[in-house]
Design a protein around this ligand. Structure first.
Ligand code: NCD
Length: 319
């Protein structure tokens, strides 16, 4: 008899599909644990054997540099074994369905799937087909919870607290087509920050009500009031028509250049998920400024993913 791939009578494995899965207590615990891993990395002693005997399958159906490699490095620092599924040389190219691919991987007995997919909601759908733990590494325009967590870790380290009450985060650029803008606004809001969405009408969501945020198309009007500016590149791979009618106009209105940076508060920071489109999102001098935290974000990405893997694989049954 073939064992059931998904038996609804069994307890669903602990997974992280969305920022909405996390309570604020669970978030703060994860950030604390990740902060410890980050300190261990800086001290050159991050390698440990907590996840020895655990097997993780990295399934990236969409391009990635930072997220894929940091999940792999994070897992290996905890002594988990990582197998990389490569869609381009997989049976997906022979027409195998997503469900059959997931059921096949499930039968092999991995402890967790790290999944990135171009379709919004794919991880939720996959959850119906498997009892293996799932970590969402970005789905379409929907969610990218580990990115928002590593951003919060970076800002927490900068502030010295995970209480963002009174802090004003501006998210600037392509809000509508970005999963990062959704996840970050939700998570920073949970930690107390107020959110301002900034971009041209064509890159704004039709309805900003669910975002619990102020929205404007005028960066210069708000930049002096912001404590952190998160720039989002135009998500060209998701936009079939030119939603930016004029790139020079976009750049003149939304790029963080020397002059705009000078008008920010003296302790305001820049956050950037990468990949950075240099010259469009910011000028090189702003990219290199020490109040641009993007390099720290990349490093924290490893520590944060260690904490998420740790929590999903051996951290108890639920968040
Ligand atoms: C982000 C993503 O893939 O959504 N990148 C990342 O994970 N580092 C942001 C982006 O691609 O703009």
């Amino acid at each position: 008899m073939t064992p059931a791939v998904h038996d609804p009578r069994t307890i669903q494995a602990k997974s992280l599909l969305s920022v909405g899965d996390l309570s604020s207590n669970a978030t703060r615990r994860l950030l604390d644990q990740a902060n410890g891993f980050a300190a261990d990395m800086d001290a050159g002693k991050a390698f440990r054997d907590d996840l020895r005997g655990k097997f993780v399958l990295n399934m990236f159906f969409e391009n990635s540099t930072r997220t894929r490699t940091s999940f792999e490095l994070g897992a290996k620092l905890l002594s988990a074994e990582v197998v990389n599924f490569n869609e381009q040389i997989s049976s997906v190219q022979k027409g195998e369905s997503l469900r059959d691919t997931i059921e096949t991987a499930t039968m092999m007995g991995f402890d967790a799937f790290v999944i990135r997919h171009a379709t919004s909601g794919a991880p939720e759908e996959i959850r119906q087909w498997t009892n293996t733990a799932i970590i969402n590494a970005g789905d379409g325009v929907n969610q990218h919870p580990t990115q928002a967590l590593l951003d919060a870790l970076t800002y927490k380290q900068y502030l010295g607290t995970d209480d963002f009450t009174g802090k004003r985060l501006g998210i600037v650029g392509d809000i509508a087509h970005s999963r990062v803008s959704r996840s970050v606004s939700q998570l920073f809001g949970m930690l107390g920050a107020t959110i301002t969405l900034v971009g041209p009408a064509s890159l704004m969501p039709d309805d900003v009500t669910p975002w619990n945020a102020h929205a404007t198309d005028d960066l210069d009007e708000v930049i002096g009031d912001l404590d952190a500016v998160y720039t989002i590149r135009p998500q060209q791979e998701r936009v079939t028509e030119g939603l930016i009618p004029s790139m020079p106009e976009y750049v003149s209105s939304y790029r963080i250049d020397t002059d705009r940076f000078a008008r920010m508060n003296n302790d305001a920071v820049i956050l950037e998920a990468g990949p950075l489109v240099r010259g469009v999102q910011m000028t090189d001098d702003v990219a290199a400024n020490e109040r641009n935290l993007m390099n720290r974000q990349v490093r924290n990405g490893v520590a944060l993913r260690m904490a998420v893997l740790h929590s999903v694989l051996i951290g108890g049954e639920s968040w």
